[in-house]
Design a protein around this ligand. Structure first.
Ligand code: SF4
Length: 447
């Protein structure tokens, strides 16, 4: 049985996106600082803490299942506490989840991320969302030691009509650059080799503080100046926020991977307007062409929504044709979900769910076929990968084209005996396995 500190032991569960995991790192760091210890399994815990996501129905269902697990765990022994944090608390404006789960001892608001112990000790939970964790707060890294998500902002001002995030996370608020750089330095000094920059829209960084003159291009320059052998990956950019300065910064800073995640959501002008995406089809097409021309070996990831209210078969075909022409290296497609409180949920011309789902399935089926061809085209190429794990004569890693958890893997057969997780390895791609690639090490690992 694990030794308990004076507060007890907590078991953290992270649901949803990397931004949520980053929040749970701050929550966990705060609890450790307050005298809690972390349990390696629920049976060794006094507190079961679930950091939830509420973005779409599937995420809420997952949160409900996890809370039900927590409720069952709580019944198994006396004096156990169950706490819920994250987006579900913010989503639950009508209190239906609170009523459904009276066994939950503590519902933590977005602004409680840095004061969880205080709320657990009886403090009043918050209902606002203005909080942003800076580098002064203790945090417990919950990712593998060589990978970290660097959350540079929270909230969003873009107000896409289908999206509930501004309702859940509040207005855009971005961290001062010195805080982001200080945290990045701590992470790199502790062994991080891949910094994944995240926010709801990282390309809006600093737009809430125009007087500061801080923006993403400048931030990339500062991060690139940090000593160490590491790479920087960018997730969640917005097509309306690309500038020549940003493209130059991506090219000029050698640690920044030529990997761009640009959720476009659709391509048809009528739907882009109805989604309030602040871009036109022409602007998107010109941006993609410019990025392909300006950034060598660019890996483009995007996300699309099918079945947005009013989407016609012709508009869907327009989107399918766009994907065929652009050949995104990485893609996610989701059927529209009418989120309570959003403008799109009330729009006329709601598309039947089965039609929306059939369209997303078809787009992904074509994408997987394209991706398999693209992976085959990597055979014979040499790449530098970051090794995530080694075992049973295989090393699992990721190259430039492979973001953690959402993309594919590089499987290295018979890696060098000295190969370790968290190190870079030069490999030659020698084959494919579904959408993953097979490789062999080609030279001594680099420190
Ligand atoms: S940019 Fe992203 S987070 Fe912001 S409103 Fe649009 S979809 Fe939501």
């Amino acid at each position: 049985m694990q030794k308990k500190h004076q507060r007890g032991a907590f078991f953290p569960v992270s649901l949803g996106c990397p931004k949520n995991l980053n929040d749970l790192e701050v929550i966990s760091g705060g609890l450790l600082a307050a005298g809690w210890s972390i349990a390696d399994a629920p049976e060794n815990a006094d507190l079961y803490l679930i950091n939830t996501c509420a973005f779409i129905p599937a995420a809420r269902n997952e949160a409900v299942e996890e809370i039900e697990r927590g409720v069952a765990w709580k019944k198994e022994a006396p004096n156990r506490k169950l706490a819920v944090s994250g987006c579900l608390t913010a989503y639950d404006r009508d209190g239906s989840f609170h009523k459904k789960f009276p066994q939950v001892d503590c519902w933590l608001g977005i602004d409680d991320i840095g004061r969880v112990d205080a709320v657990l000790q009886g403090g009043k939970a918050s209902s606002s969302c203005k909080f942003l964790a800076d580098d002064s707060l203790p945090r417990l890294q919950l990712t593998v030691p060589h990978l970290a998500y660097l959350k540079i902002a929270d909230g969003c001002n873009n107000c896409c009509t289908y999206c509930a995030i501004p309702l859940l996370r509040g207005k855009l608020r971005s961290l001062p650059m010195q805080c982001v750089v200080a945290e990045a330095k701590q992470r790199v000094a502790s062994g991080v080799r891949e910094l994944v920059v995240v926010a709801q829209d990282i390309s809006a960084y600093g737009m809430d503080r125009p007087e500061s003159g801080e923006n993403l291009p400048k931030l990339l320059g500062e991060l690139n100046r940090i000593d160490g052998d590491f790479v920087i990956r960018l997730l969640y950019t917005h097509p309306a926020h690309y500038t020549d300065e940003l493209i130059d910064a991506i090219n000029a800073n050698s640690k920044v991977l030529p990997y761009l995640d640009i959720p476009l959501q659709h391509i048809s002008d009528g739907l882009l307007r109805a989604m309030n995406r602040h871009v036109s089809q022409t602007a998107v097409e010109e941006l993609i062409a410019k990025l392909r021309k300006m950034i060598p070996n660019l890996v483009l990831r995007s996300t699309f929504i099918t079945g947005f209210p009013g989407e016609t078969e012709a508009q869907f075909e327009e989107l399918a044709d766009f994907c065929r022409r652009v050949k995104f290296e990485r893609l996610g497609v989701f059927p529209f979900s009418a989120e309570p409180g959003t403008i799109a949920a009330k729009l006329p011309g709601q598309v039947p769910t089965e039609v929306a789902e059939a369209r997303s399935t078809l787009l992904m089926k074509r994408q997987i076929a394209r991706m398999r061809r693209m992976q085959k085209a990597r055979v014979g190429s040499r790449e530098r990968i970051l090794v995530d794990a080694v075992g049973n004569g295989i090393a699992w890693g990721r190259g430039v084209a492979d973001a953690p958890e959402i993309d594919n893997l590089v499987l290295v057969e018979n890696p060098p005996r000295s190969c370790r997780a968290g190190e870079f390895l030069d490999v030659e791609i020698i084959g494919t396995q579904n959408c993953d690639v097979i490789a062999r090490a080609v030279s001594k690992k680099r420190k």
